[in-house]
Design a protein around this ligand. Structure first.
Ligand SMILES: *Cc1c(COP(=O)(O)O)cnc(C)c1O
Length: 449
């Protein structure tokens, strides 16, 4: 089997995610034979440095020997069992460990099986809490512009990326949207902190006006990843925590993309020193091995559901693969690596190397900004540097960078005009240097003419 044969078979039967399939008349599908560390290898023997951790899930490299060993052991013990009325050790141990590691006060773990479903569960839980507490009018959600929380209808409704959302608008619940604290939009000379503080006034105004009917505010802490890796200052989260408390509104922190060390701390909320009422986790949870997700919440919320059955206050939400043992076991192995190998500490050095490798790009005539939060580094290509005007989306400049990457041993998958690195944590200095070269050449090519 070679690439071409597999691509032909693929195009005969598959419908790929997030893809205009007609593009594949000229853009090859890349069939991957195997992965090893930061590398992916296709059926023609080409290698690609996985600079985006296979959609932000991989933490410790592909085919990690320690996660593999844990999974092989789990496979011979228990592959799956329902989690209603039954339990298993990996689910219990993982929950215990996460309660110890998560922001203080998040003491309950509700398992789900993918990121969007975790968001759905958190939204339902928040509303249901108010209903159980005699406040059924609190049924609306506040979200940030440019936010992303997944593709199922509830998650899509609380997101704000037009490309994914607009088509389905008639199907979606209405939400209140506050302007994002996104610091790319700051006035020249303003600091990230000043801008994020300024933007908070809009959130405060929305809460002032609507708190009586609002169930929760949902945010992606520090980085709006799918929204072109736009970033903000932790002060926004501090102000938001305080305002939610004052107004009697829940705070949902969607750490699906930023959790497990991506932004420099195990959880992004730590940088603001806050505890959300709900925290959703997925993506890096299993080290990038298996679909698993969960919602963490506080005792006070859990207790509002705890009652005699006849009162019908229980949270009757489930998915078939809720808390799958293989996923939990992979997650435990990933936590072992994070804790025993000092990964958070090591990431500090790696993030610094990434910053140095990308620094020269800041002077590029078509780069509007190079920004970073820990292990996420983004480079914004612009048509006009001084005014920071974007290239028209129809020109698909990012796709040129993607194709240049594929031809040069790098999997870069820009979001619109934004090229980013969000690599596995095992990335080495020489890999970063390679990414720096390929990215600079790609941006040169893509912004020419
Ligand atoms: C990816 C993502 C989701 C959705 O997770 P899926 O597993 O893809 O459904 C939700 N929220 C954020 C912040 C994400 O990045």
């Amino acid at each position: 089997m070679d690439n071409d044969q597999l691509m032909q078979r693929d195009l005969g039967v598959l419908w790929h995610p997030c893809t205009q399939m007609k593009d594949h008349e000229w853009l090859p599908v890349v069939p991957i034979r195997r992965g090893q560390g930061v590398w992916l290898e296709d059926f023609d023997g080409n290698r690609y440095l996985d600079a985006i951790s296979s959609w932000w899930v991989n933490l410790h490299g592909h085919a990690n020997p320690r996660i593999n060993a844990a999974l092989k052991d789990q496979l011979d013990t228990l592959e799956h069992v329902l989690l209603a009325g039954f339990s298993h050790e990996p689910a219990i141990t993982l929950a215990e460990r996460l309660v110890k590691l998560a922001p203080e006060g998040l003491s309950r773990v509700f398992y789900v099986d993918n990121g969007s479903s975790a968001v759905e569960a958190a939204l339902k839980m928040s509303y249901h809490y108010w209903r159980n507490s005699g406040k059924p009018d609190k049924h609306r959600f506040i979200t940030l512009s440019n936010s992303y929380h997944g593709e199922t209808l509830g998650a899509l409704a609380v997101g704000d990326v037009a490309l994914y959302k607009e088509t389905y608008q008639p199907l979606l619940m209405e939400v209140l949207t506050a302007p994002s604290p996104d610091c790319f939009e700051r006035e020249p000379g303003a600091s990230w902190e000043e801008h994020s503080r300024q933007q908070f006034r809009h959130m405060e105004a929305l809460l002032n006006e609507h708190a009586d009917t609002v169930s929760a505010v949902i945010v992606e802490p520090l980085v709006q990843c799918a929204g072109n890796m736009r970033m903000y200052h932790p002060v926004y989260l501090e102000l938001l925590r305080d305002a939610c408390d004052r107004h009697g509104v829940h705070l949902i922190a969607d750490e699906i993309a930023v959790g497990f060390g991506r932004t420099g701390t195990l959880f992004a909320c730590e940088q603001a020193g806050i505890t959300p009422d709900f925290m959703t986790l997925s993506k890096g949870l299993t080290g990038g091995y298996l679909p698993l997700s969960l919602v963490m919440t506080r005792d006070g919320i859990y207790e509002a559901f705890y009652d005699d059955y006849e009162n019908l206050t229980a949270f009757l939400h489930s998915h078939s693969y809720t808390g799958n043992p293989l996923g939990c076991r992979a997650a435990l192995a990933s936590l072992d690596i994070i804790e025993h190998d000092g990964v958070i500490e090591r990431n500090r050095t790696t993030a610094q190397l990434m910053a140095e490798a990308a620094a020269p790009l800041a002077d590029h005539p078509h780069v509007g900004e190079v920004r970073q939060h820990g292990m996420i580094l983004a480079i914004e290509m612009v048509a006009d540097k001084a005014r920071r005007t974007p290239f028209p989306w129809q020109q698909r400049r990012g796709l040129d960078v993607y194709r240049h990457g594929l031809a040069n041993q790098a999997l870069l998958r820009p979001l619109g005009n934004v090229v980013y690195w969000m690599p596995p944590y095992v990335i080495e200095p020489e890999h970063i240097a390679h990414l720096g070269r390929v990215t600079a050449e790609g941006i040169d090519l893509a912004t020419r003419g």
